[in-house]
Design a protein. Structure first.
Length: 237
């Protein structure tokens, strides 16, 4: 039996209505989560007001719109959410020297969640140190778009993986109730040269999955009363 789980959400430039879909689901269950922010949005204030932890989700790819290099990218995101303590890198791009440089420049980032160990039966904190930089890291054991490739995954019911599961969702997949990447790709195909941020709900209403998918899996987890951990509770495991 699992003693609990912590929910995380990578915003990934999702339109505001999609982020609000996720906030509504959490509010109905009275659960708190961690949201990793990618861009400026009025939903940042709504996330904070609802009592959720806010972290940053830096994109360190060369095509990043967040800045020209890793330190500028992290600095720009911290201007949006100066209270951020946690980070998960977009695409899980990481490296020892990269992490050292970021933590050295921005020591307020004292928690990192960029290690995915899909369905590994243990989540736990560990101290990471290099060249004077120190950060606490925790692995997470499930992510919706990794589960898309898992033919054995049951989307209808959350089943504990480890003693304390750290799970990762994307608001757009919650809104689309995705169980593969197909609906997301179809949604992107409607955009042409527009950004995902401009996607309107009415453009994708017909694409929402009716078979068990990401939203159903999230609700299944939330239905397990008393097991959703806040970020502060997660720090104590």
């Amino acid at each position: 039996m699992s003693s609990g789980y912590h929910l995380t959400f990578d915003i990934d430039w999702a339109p505001d209505w999609s982020v609000r879909d996720t906030l509504d689901i959490l509010a109905q269950a009275g659960a708190h989560a961690t949201f990793f922010v990618t861009h400026d949005s009025p939903t940042i204030g709504e996330i904070s007001s609802a009592g959720h932890e806010i972290g940053i989700h830096p994109n360190f790819q060369t095509s990043s719109t967040q800045g020209k290099d890793p330190l500028e990218i992290v600095g720009n995101l911290l201007e949006l959410v100066p209270e951020a303590r946690a980070m998960r890198t977009h695409g899980l791009i990481q490296g020892s020297l990269l992490l050292r440089d970021v933590i050295t420049a921005y020591p307020q980032i004292c928690y990192d969640m960029s290690v995915l160990t899909y369905r590994f039966p243990h989540s736990g904190w560990f101290n990471w140190k290099l060249g004077g930089a120190c950060v606490q890291r925790i692995n997470y054991v499930w992510e919706d778009d990794f589960a898309f490739e898992d033919a054995d995954h049951d989307w209808s019911e959350y089943v504990p993986i480890s003693t304390v599961d750290v799970l990762d969702f994307h608001p757009i997949h919650v809104s689309l109730n995705s169980r593969t990447g197909n609906r997301y790709q179809m949604a992107k195909n409607t955009l042409g040269r527009r950004s995902l941020l401009s996607l309107e709900r009415n453009e994708v209403e017909s694409l929402r999955g009716t078979a068990p998918g990401t939203a159903d899996y999230l609700r299944s987890a939330l239905a397990k009363a008393g097991t959703a951990l806040s970020f502060e509770e997660l720090l104590c495991v």
